[in-house]
Ligand binder design. Structure first.
Ligand code: HEC
Ligand code: HEC
Length: 150
């Protein structure tokens, strides 16, 4: 019994150490109460014409163009000036998909549904920022290969 408790305590300390070693990856080495100068914003990439593959069918496609200075507020939505159905002919932009016109009951609305209004809630622009943590995502295609075929 006592051995189990000691072992559990030791494991707890080890796990704590592992977590502590992990923490600075996001916060950096600066002590919590010190405000360091903000790092410069990453540069937005304009990958116009080069679409990034979606990692799974339901993924909101990433934005293949810079959106710097595009106003997106309650009063005005710059994205819709190109992506709304009525404007796609002039802008050449792909129309927001049909799901963006549905309310949560699946009812089709005449215009973009309020829950799809703030585009950058789901769609992100691309920057040259270095990832803070490694990405361990594995594509479904790799996960479902039959054993022995590779
Ligand atoms: C000046 C017109 C214009 C504006 C404003 C604009 N876009 Fe676009 N957008 C385009 C065009 C054109 C494309 C197609 C680019 C291509 O495929 O070469 C595109 C592509 C996209 C795609 C990729 C779609 C896909 O199927 O891969 C997303 C997502 C997107 N835009 C989101 C946004 C968001 C969010 C905003 C606002 C922050 C925005 N766009 C503002 C013109 C615009
Ligand atoms: C709640 C999340 C969410 C919001 C908010 C949202 N989208 Fe999307 N968008 C998606 C997802 C998920 C897809 C891919 C599946 C689909 O079409 O529904 C998508 C697809 C798209 C596409 C590709 C359409 C196609 O046919 O390939 C465009 C363009 C787009 N969105 C633009 C926008 C714009 C512009 C806005 C803001 C007015 C917006 N989205 C708001 C989640 C969102």
């Amino acid at each position: 019994m006592r051995a189990t408790v000691v072992l559990l305590l030791a494991l707890g300390v080890l796990a704590g150490a592992a977590l502590a070693a992990d923490a600075p990856r996001l916060t950096g080495p600066t002590p919590a109460l010190v405000s360091p100068p903000a790092p410069p914003l990453a540069r937005q990439l304009n990958t116009e014409g080069r679409r990034t593959m979606r990692n799974y069918p339901e993924q909101p496609p990433v934005i293949p163009h810079a959106i710097e200075g595009y106003q997106l507020s309650l009063a005005t939505n710059r994205c819709l000036t190109c992506h709304r159905r009525q404007y796609t002919e002039a802008s050449g932009a792909p129309m927001i998909s049909v799901t963006h016109y549905m309310d949560r009951e699946g009812q089709m609305l005449a215009d973009v549904a309020p829950r799809r209004y703030f585009c950058t809630q789901c769609h992100v622009e691309q920057t040259d920022a270095q990832p803070l943590v490694d990405n361990t995502f594995i594509d479904m295609d790799e996960l479902v290969v039959t054993p022995g075929t590779r």
